[in-house]
Structures are given as structure tokens and as C-alpha cells.
Design a protein around this ligand. Structure first.
Ligand code: SF4
Length: 710
């Protein structure tokens, strides 16, 4: 029996794997839910069926090289690695190191994320590394860094939500994306205090029924003015916590002035949320927060990608944090603000140096002291660490341009489906001289590669992950690796050897973890007091955990720092910062256009490269369905199940209509897990948030046209 965690999302539900002993067993391991604090033994459909992928017939069996006729053919590992090293040397000599690029992932273990950042800087010598987490958590990270000086998705244990009297949840559909999360909403629901903000009547919004709370259904892309309107009511009705603001924050006066124009009736006109609902929500938050400080139940504000994945995502997160600060919640036991990380290692993936502006331990690549600290651990001169690179969208856009990368290595990501304006991404990748993709299936991105390298899956590898609570835990191997697949750590160490890279590149996850700890020591996300043996014995440790912290291996004990900011925020003066933010409405393109929002389904994870290969998930959600209100469908002469072309200036997508009163009249919904003509991101825009470089994923204007079927 092996105790480990689900391979998919950041809830990192506990599971137990047992190797199947019968030859005819349907899967190589049997998988059960295990009692862990995020899931209490429960799993979702994706988790229960995850073992199906381990011996899937489409599993890549050998390195595959593109042939002259366009096909991919198997080659040996020596040949594959020599070829990559030769290409790196040749391109670097001709065009310089920045002609090489790396694209990482929030699904990689901590060790791989760390080693990939180091490999890019030392073995390739390039500044051009970024990762798919730029599409996920970057706005939340920019907003929390600005307000608190530190970014940890939930700065408190998830289990703290169980006791909540009120939770305001914006832009997150946990009932579909991470169903075991719903158990943590039970207290707020019983109290009638779950308030969900979502343009769709999502599965999570439906949890508010029967007096469990209420649902605010704003016009898409108006979360920011809605938050400004809620904050306006607090200020106008003197419901802010003045003592907290004076003692623990800066910036209140500027924010107060910025809210003057957002009285409820005006906010209602912009957002479509009735003024009385805005007042009701703000007053309820104020009352619950006041009670929480005198022995009542705590109050939380939580955000997800629905409000963050916009070109104003950082400012929207900031408005949510401002609201929490006005209520006097962050850094107290009365509640707080948190963002719900999505990808499996979305938290760890953003700490260890995969970002173009970052070195391990959340260190800045532009800070001389930070560079020197990391260089000491790497055993190199800080001068040889390249500087600032390009964020993900700009990196992808630069591919194949005269000064852009000519070669890219992609690890654990499928940007052909998951990046905005997806047809441009395909074209950019096709313009490269050489594209290497490490994956265990031939994803849509791998299918475009010149060389595909087959890697291990979750149940075949050792490592650590950091979940949505900032909690470091062990991923364990329950199976031997397939004969011809390799770990990315081995691949990177082999390539580093061939390239005579400075520094050491160990293939051993434990050794890499020990180095990662040293590199993180003294940084904001400090792992230096975490011991591999304790993780092995079941400990799951909240960072920061500096060296010398007493850590116990006993499962369930809250090791490290479960709650951040109780004795001060991470800015030099220990105070949080309220930042005034403004709203610029997006111009509507034409009068017949409707708003498109995109999101996830219960059955699928991210680009769907894995879950579309699990028969029970694929059968349950085999193709993209366009959710549309019956009245909107009637106006467009669309009937249930009919094929619809959804189009705008960037592309067109075909999907069948699913008529549902859960949609707003002016809005349709598409899931983003599907390839080909069903790729929702063909329609989304690469317009970027100025702070986080997050693209505008969650809102586009589209036209709808029916397709006559034969
Ligand atoms: Fe896995 Fe997330 Fe489902 Fe839990 S909620 S079983 S971690 S996919």
C-alpha cells in the first residue's frame, strides 16, 4: 500500500494505491480515497479514475523523432539526448542563448520545477523560461504580493473554512472543479452565509439554494466594479473596521476616495446585480465580520480564476483584498482572504524559479542580493545567471521572430489548447527550428513537436508537491517506471552533462529537494526546515518552515506556519496595503455579439490531454457543449443539441447547444478542455494584465451561427 496524493488539482486529495496482483486486473494499481485534511477520504470522478492512465494504450513508449515525411518514429534515448544537445549548441552558437526557450508547468513536482529553472539558466544559459502558471495564478500572485508582500494561495488551513459563518466566493466553481472542497463550505451554508458570485448559475452557485446563502450573477467581466460597489457600501455606511485599518494597514484614504463613484444604483447599472443585493451582501459581510471578532464564526473572501483570468485580473484581486481589509479580516482569526489554486502544483510551481522574473524561494531575478544567494547554492558566479525573460504569452508570441527563440522545450504543458488565441500559438510553435516536448501522451502540443520524450507519470515517481494551502507533501511511486520512460530529472541531468553545464544536476528527487531547501532558505517560501523523512512518514508542512522549526511526522499535525500574517504582513513595515483600483469597461464589438465565458467541467482537467483519455470521463463529457439560455437560443434560432459556430475576429469554434436557464441571457459558456474545432481558446484574447501578464481568458465577444447538419 502506498499513501500518496491525486495527480490532478491543487486540493491534492489523499489516496492510497495498491498494486494489482491479478494479471487480468483492469488497472495496474487499485486506488482508494485516503483521509487527508483537504478531502476527508472523498475523491471526485477524476481522482477515482486516475489509475486508468497508468497503462493506457496511448502511453508514449519511446522517444519519437519527426521524420522527413512528417511522421513521428521511435528512436533510442542516447540518440534523442545527443540530438537535443547538438541542437542547443548549434542554435546557441548561431543566435545566442536567448534563441533557446523553456516552457514549464504548475503540474511538475517541486523538484522538477526547481531543476527546470536552474537548467534553463545554467545549462542553456537563457533568460527565456516561463510556464503555464502564468495563465493560472499570476494575477492572484501579483495582487497578494502587492497587498500582503507575500503570495500563498490560502494563508490559512483549508479546514479553517469549516467553521466559517460567511464565505464570499468569487469566480470559482469548486463544486465541479474540486468537489471534495464543498465539504469545507458546510458551516457557511448551514449558517445561510455562502454567497457565490458567478455569471453562470454554476454547480457552486446552486449550493446557495434553500437559504444556504445567495447567488450574485453579474454581467461578465464586471467583478471589479461589483467589488468596488460592495466596498462603497462599507465606507458609506461606516461599516469598515477603523481600528484594524489604523493599526495594520496603509492606503485607506486613497481607497476611500476611489470608491466615491460606486454607489449601489450605479454599480447595479454596470454589473447587472440589483442594488439591494449589493447592499445586502455588504451589510451581511460587515455584520458577520463584526460578530467574528467577538467570538462569532469567521468570515472569508475567496477568489478563483473566474475573476482573475482577465486583463484587469490583478486589480480585481486587489479590489477583493481591499474589501477583506476594510472588514478587518486578513491576518486575524476572524477570517481572511484566499485564492483557490487550480493546478496540482500550482503553488510550488510558482515558487521555485520557473517564472521569467524569478529565482527559487520567490527570489527576484533582478535583485543582486537574491542572485548572489542562489548562485552560492548553485556553485556559480552570479554574473552567469541570465536576467529577466519574457512572460508566457510574450514568450510564445516571440517564437520564430527575428530576435525570438528558435528552439523550445516544453514540460508538462499543452499550450496549443490552454493558451489564449490558440491558432497563433500553433503557428508560433510551427515556426520554431526545433520543438521538444516531454509528456506521457501525444498531447496536441506534443503532436507538433520535432522530438517527443516520454516521461513518468505520478504513480511512478518520487517527489514533493505543495498544495493550495502552501502545504508541502510527498508524491510517492507505487509502480516501477515503464521500461522506456524517464523522469524529467534524469533527462535534465543527462542534457546538462552533455552541455557541460556548470553546477550539479542530480537525477535523484531527494537530492534535488535538499538543494531546493538550501536555495529557498531565508526566502519568503522557506522550505529549509522541512525533512524528506518527515514528509515520507506522512507530514504535510505549511511553509514558511525555516531550518530549526520543530516538525513532527505525525499525520494531521499542522506543521510549519499554518496561518500567515497573524503577527504582521510581509512588507517591511509589517502592514498590509490597500491599493485604489479603477474600472475600464471593455467596448462591445457589435450589437449582435454575446459575451462568452469559459471554464472547466466536472469530468475534465485543464487541457483534457489526460482526462479525455479516461473512457468513463470521456463518455460523460465527450465534446464541448455551448451553454446558452433558451431565450437567447430562440433569438438565434438555435435548438437543443444543434451544432453552433461561435466566432469572432480571432477564430471560430463548433459546439452543440445545451439550453439551460443557468446561463444569463447575454452570455454563453464554453468549456476549454477540447481540441480541434472545439478549442475554446481559439476565441480568447492575448490582451495582457499590465501587472501579472495574465491574458484575457474569461471574456470575449462572439457571434453565434447555426450549422445545417446533413
Ligand atoms: Fe483529484 Fe482534485 Fe478531484 Fe481531489 S478534487 S480527487 S485532487 S481532481
Amino acid at each position: 500500500m502506498t499513501a500518496t496524493h491525486c495527480p490532478y488539482c491543487a486540493l491534492q486529495c489523499g489516496i492510497t494505491l495498491e498494486r494489482s496482483t491479478q494479471a487480468e486486473a483492469p488497472e495496474p494499481v487499485s486506488l482508494k480515497g485516503r483521509d487527508f485534511e483537504t478531502n476527508g477520504g472523498a475523491l471526485c470522478r477524476k481522482g477515482y479514475s486516475a489509475a486508468t492512465l497508468l497503462d493506457h494504450p496511448e502511453r508514449l513508449q519511446a522517444p519519437m523523432l519527426r521524420q522527413a515525411d512528417g511522421s513521428l518514429a521511435p528512436i533510442g534515448w542516447e540518440q534523442a539526448l545527443d540530438l537535443v544537445a547538438d541542437k542547443v549548441r548549434a542554435i546557441r552558437e548561431e543566435s545566442g542563448a536567448d534563441a533557446l526557450a523553456v516552457f514549464g508547468s504548475g503540474s511538475l513536482t517541486n523538484e522538477k520545477a526547481y531543476q527546470l529553472g536552474k537548467f534553463a539558466r545554467l545549462a542553456l544559459g537563457t533568460s527565456r523560461i516561463d510556464y503555464n502558471g502564468r495563465f493560472c495564478m499570476s494575477s492572484a500572485a501579483a495582487g497578494t504580493n502587492r497587498a500582503f508582500g507575500l503570495d500563498r494561495g490560502l494563508p490559512f488551513p483549508l479546514a479553517d473554512l469549516d467553521e466559517a459563518g460567511m464565505i464570499l466566493m468569487l469566480g470559482s466553481n469548486v463544486a465541479d472543479t474540486m468537489p471534495p472542497f464543498v465539504r469545507h463550505l458546510a458551516g457557511a451554508r448551514e449558517n445561510g452565509g455562502l454567497v457565490v458570485v458567478d455569471p453562470r448559475r454554476s454547480a457552486t452557485a446552486k449550493l446557495c439554494a434553500d437559504n444556504a446563502g445567495w447567488h450574485l450573477q453579474p454581467t461578465p467581466a464586471t467583478d471589479l466594479p461589483l467589488l468596488l460597489g460592495l466596498a462603497h457600501v462599507l465606507v458609506a455606511e461606516s461599516l469598515v473596521d477603523t481600528g484594524y485599518l489604523a493599526a495594520r494597514t496603509n492606503g485607506f484614504d486613497a481607497v476611500k476616495a476611489s470608491l466615491a463613484g460606486w454607489w449601489p444604483e450605479r454599480t447595479a447599472r454596470v454589473t447587472g446585480v440589483p442594488a439591494e443585493q449589493i447592499r445586502r451582501t455588504a451589510r451581511a459581510l460587515a455584520q458577520a465580520s463584526s460578530e467574528a471578532k467577538t467570538g462569532g464564526k469567521p468570515v472569508y473572501i475567496l477568489t478563483g480564476r473566474g475573476i482573475e483570468q482577465h486583463a484587469n485580473g490583478t486589480d480585481t484581486v486587489t479590489a477583493a483584498i481591499n474589501l477583506a481589509l476594510l472588514l478587518g479580516l486578513p491576518g486575524t482569526m476572524a477570517g481572511g482572504y484566499g485564492t483557490i489554486t487550480g493546478q496540482g502544483n500550482g503553488q510550488g510551481g510558482r515558487e521555485h524559479g520557473q517564472k521569467c522574473d524569478q529565482l527559487p524561494g520567490y527570489r527576484k531575478i533582478t535583485d543582486l542580493e537574491h542572485r548572489a544567494q542562489v548562485a552560492r547554492v548553485w556553485g556559480v558566479d552570479p554574473e552567469i545567471i541570465p536576467g529577466l525573460g519574457l512572460p508566457a504569452v510574450e514568450l510564445l508570441e516571440a517564437l520564430g521572430t527575428p530576435t525570438g527563440p528558435r528552439m523550445m522545450m516544453i514540460h508538462g504543458a499543452n499550450p496549443v489548447i490552454s493558451a489564449p488565441d490558440a491558432s497563433n500559438v500553433s503557428r508560433s510553435l510551427a515556426s520554431l527550428d526545433f520543438l521538444v516536448v516531454c509528456d506521457f501522451f501525444l498531447s496536441e502540443t506534443a503532436a507538433q513537436a520535432d522530438l517527443v520524450l516520454p516521461v513518468l507519470q505520478w504513480a511512478e515517481e518520487e517527489g514533493s508537491m505543495t498544495n493550495l494551502e502552501g502545504r508541502i507533501l510527498r508524491r510517492r511511486a507505487a509502480l516501477e517506471a515503464p521500461r522506456n520512460a524517464r523522469s524529467e530529472l534524469w533527462i535534465l541531468s543527462q542534457l546538462a552533462q552533455r552541455l557541460d553545464a556548470p553546477g550539479r544536476f542530480s537525477p535523484d528527487p531527494r537530492e534535488v529537494f535538499e538543494e531546493l531547501k538550501r536555495a529557498s532558505a531565508g526566502g519568503l517560501a522557506d522550505y529549509s526546515g522541512v525533512h524528506w523523512d518527515d514528509l515520507d512518514a506522512g507530514a504535510a508542512v505549511y511553509w514558511p518552515c525555516p531550518a530549526g522549526t520543530e516538525v513532527t511526522a505525525e499525520p494531521g499535525i499542522r506543521n510549519g506556519t499554518p496561518r500567515l500574517f497573524l503577527d504582521g504582513f510581509a512588507h517591511a513595515d509589517r502592514r498590509a496595503v490597500l491599493v485604489p483600483v479603477a474600472f475600464q469597461p471593455a467596448p462591445k464589438k457589435n450589437s449582435s455579439a454575446v459575451s462568452l465565458v469559459t471554464g472547466r467541467l466536472l469530468e475534465h482537467y485543464q487541457s483534457g490531454a489526460q482526462t479525455r483519455r479516461v473512457p468513463e470521463l470521456a463518455n460523460a463529457a465527450p465534446e464541448p457543449m455551448l451553454e446558452i439560455h433558451p431565450a437567447t437560443a430562440l433569438a438565434h434560432r438555435i435548438v437543443q443539441g444543434q451544432k453552433v459556430v461561435i466566432s469572432n475576429e480571432r477564430g471560430e469554434v463548433t459546439a452543440r447547444a445545451l439550453l439551460t436557464a443557468d446561463a444569463r441571457l447575454d452570455t454563453v459558456f464554453l468549456p476549454f478542455h477540447y481540441p480541434g474545432a472545439g478549442t475554446a481558446n481559439l476565441l480568447t484574447e492575448a490582451k495582457l494584465d499590465p501587472h501579472s501578464r495574465m491574458p484575457e481568458f474569461k471574456h470575449a465577444h462572439v457571434s453565434l451561427n447555426t450549422v445545417e447538419e446533413e
